[in-house]
Write a protein that binds this ligand. Structure first.
Ligand SMILES: [Mn+2]
Length: 301
């Protein structure tokens, strides 16, 4: 395990400043180059680098949020947590978790992270930290898959179990809301129905988001297979019948006025889409999320 050993050829949008330690009161982007528990098609470990590389050729202005990356507070790029791929998968995952823990000297709640995957199992590490800091946090889960299995194919922390693992750390005032889900087991669907976590229609989900108080902490975990594979085919477990960019931007337009305390964008597998369009799509998604962390005054909340 070499913490931040992978040289990052570019930083996100050329505007992120490289750093070795997370910066308080600022957004910190961190890549996690790991696809160890991916069950179908691998390749997400190349996700963070692909996003950085294509982002430098994209516009920094968002016509949706009417904000520009060059006009917000400095944001930072911590490089990648990159495990030794020759090691046992469980060991790799634990090494990522341990290295992340040692990277954060304090639980300073003003350190904001945007994590770039890597497979979805890595989100647990970032979500758990935010659940511990914010006892009333809302966890938004955008994904094609329910991810509520109690482990999968022998991996307790599998990418197919990530939301279930987060629930292990839920307190009374934590809240889970899921949207985009269109694949899961009968048991997962029964659980979502019983716990009313699944929104199956966009207007209802947007209505729910609107009602979240402005000061209530929100974490967004975005599995890129949320989007239809026609738009974003570069992901390991594509699922027909998905969402488009428009639905995502409607969500972000609301989040922009809320308190986003953490987010991750996971499951980009650049090798699966030879056109390269998926990574451009993902980089645009990342731009909108970087902006959404910042208020009109350009500061993180
Ligand atoms: Mn998924």
């Amino acid at each position: 395990m070499n913490n931040q050993s992978s040289p990052s050829p570019e930083t996100v949008y050329h505007l992120a400043k490289e750093t070795n330690s997370p910066q308080a009161d600022h957004l910190n982007i961190i890549g996690v180059s790991f696809d160890g528990t991916a069950c179908f098609r691998k390749g997400t470990s190349a996700g963070p680098t692909a996003i950085r590389q294509v982002s430098v050729d994209l516009e920094t202005y968002s016509p949706y949020l009417k904000m520009d990356l060059s006009e917000i507070d400095q944001f930072y790029d911590l490089g990648d947590l990159a495990p030794n791929a020759n090691e046992d998968v469980d060991k790799q995952w634990q090494a990522i978790r341990d290295n992340f823990s040692s990277l954060i000297a304090s639980n300073n709640e003003t350190i904001r992270f945007l994590a770039l995957g890597g497979e979805h199992s890595i989100s647990y590490i970032f979500i758990k930290r935010c659940l511990e800091i914010h006892p009333d946090m809302v966890l938004l889960h955008l994904d094609a898959h329910a991810d509520l299995r109690d482990g999968y194919q022998g991996y307790h922390y599998s990418h197919a179990a990530v939301i279930r693992r987060c629930l292990d750390h839920f307190g009374t005032n934590h809240h889970l809301a899921q949207f985009g889900i269109r694949s899961g087991t009968k048991e997962e669907y029964n659980w979502m129905t019983a716990n009313k976590t699944l929104y199956s229609d966009l207007p209802k989900f947007l209505g729910f988001l609107e009602k979240i108080p402005r000061d209530r902490p929100i974490y967004l975990t975005l599995d890129l297979d949320y989007f239809d594979p026609a738009f974003l085919p570069g992901t390991g477990t594509p699922e027909a019948g998905g969402e488009d960019f428009r639905s995502f931007i409607e969500i972000v337009e609301i989040l922009k006025n809320k308190k986003l305390v953490g987010a991750d964008v996971v499951e980009l597998a650049p090798n699966i889409d030879p056109t390269g369009n998926s990574e451009v799509f993902a980089a645009k998604v990342v731009r909108e999320l970087i902006l959404a962390f910042h208020g009109e005054d350009g500061h993180v909340r």
